[in-house]
Ligand binder design. Structure first.
Ligand code: 13P
Length: 254
C-alpha cells in the first residue's frame, strides 16, 4: 500500500513571514489530516529556516525546489543537496516543467540532480509531463518515455530508492484546466508500466506517482481516488493553508 504524498510547491511565492503564518494556520487544522498521508511543504529557499522552525516536531516534511549536482564550490547562486539536507529538507523537486521551460533543464541535468539528491539522503521528486502541442500530436507517451529514459539513464535501483515521480502535464499547470481523472490515471498507469519494465514490479508497485496541474479542493478527491494516483503536487492552491488542508483531507484512502 502506497502512502499518499501531498506536496505544496509554493514556487516563487511567500517570504519567511508568510511561511510562518501558513504553518500556524495549517497546524491549527492538523487534526483534520487523515492518518497515513504524508505532507511535504516546498517553499522558496529563503523560507527553509522559518518553515523548519515552524513545523519542528510535526510530521511534516520540507523540500527544496531545486538543487545543484555538486556538493560544494564556486557556483554562485546555487544550493546543493547537502545544504538542503542540512536545512531540514528530506525532499527536492527535480526538473519541474518551469525549470525545463525557463532555465534550460535537460534530461542530463535532471539525472545529475537525482544522483545528488540520493548522495545527500534526499528523496527526489522527478517531474515529467507533456505540453499541449505534444499531447495534441499524440506524442504524450513518447515525451514521457524520453524524459524517463534520459532522467534515469545509467541509474540503478539503488540510485532511485524512495524517488517520487510527479506527472504534471504542462497544459494543466496554472491554467485552471486540470487533466480529467481518467486522463491522469491513464498517464500514471503508463508511467508505472514503464517503471516496471525498467526497475521491476516491486519497484513499480512501491513508487508513488503524484499528479500535478490545477489541483484544487474541488477536484482533488476524484483525482486522488484513481488507483495509480498516489498524491498531488500542488501549486496555486497550496498557497493558502485552508485550501491545501482541504486537498490533503481528500487523500484519505478507504
Ligand atoms: P498549479 O497547481 O498552480 O497548476 O501548479 C502545479 C505545479 O506546477 C506544481 O508543481
Amino acid at each position: 500500500m502506497r502512502a499518499p504524498v501531498l506536496a505544496a510547491n509554493w514556487k516563487m511565492n511567500h517570504g519567511p513571514r508568510e511561511a510562518e503564518s501558513f504553518a500556524r494556520d495549517f497546524l491549527a487544522g492538523w487534526h483534520t489530516v487523515p492518518s497515513g498521508v504524508e505532507v511535504v511543504v516546498i517553499p522558496p529557499f529563503v523560507d527553509l529556516a522559518a518553515a523548519q522552525a515552524a513545523f519542528a516536531g510535526r510530521p511534516i516534511s520540507i523540500g527544496g525546489q531545486n538543487c545543484h549536482w555538486e556538493s560544494i564550490g564556486a557556483f554562485t547562486g546555487e544550493i546543493s543537496a547537502e545544504m538542503l539536507a542540512a536545512s531540514g529538507c528530506s525532499y527536492v523537486l527535480v526538473a519541474h516543467s518551469e525549470r525545463r521551460q525557463y532555465f534550460g533543464e535537460t534530461e542530463e541535468s535532471a539525472r545529475k540532480r537525482i544522483l545528488a539528491a540520493h548522495r545527500a539522503g534526499l528523496k527526489a521528486i522527478l517531474c515529467v509531463g507533456e505540453t499541449l502541442e505534444q499531447r495534441d500530436r499524440g506524442e504524450m507517451e513518447k515525451v514521457l518515455v524520453s524524459q524517463l529514459e534520459g532522467g534515469f539513464l545509467g541509474l540503478g535501483e539503488g540510485d532511485v530508492a524512495g524517488l517520487v515521480l510527479a506527472y504534471e502535464p504542462v497544459w494543466a499547470i496554472g491554467t485552471g484546466r486540470n487533466a480529467t481523472p481518467q486522463q491522469a490515471q491513464d498517464a500514471h498507469a503508463f508511467l508505472r508500466g514503464w517503471l516496471k519494465g525498467r526497475f521491476g514490479p516491486r519497484y513499480a508497485e512501491a513508487t508513488r506517482i503524484q499528479y500535478g496541474g490545477s489541483v484544487k479542493p474541488e477536484n482533488a478527491r476524484e483525482l486522488l481516488g484513481q488507483p495509480d494516483i498516489d498524491g498531488a503536487l500542488v501549486g496555486g492552491a497550496s498557497l493558502k493553508a485552508a485550501s491545501f488542508l482541504k486537498i490533503v483531507q481528500a487523500a484519505s484512502r478507504p
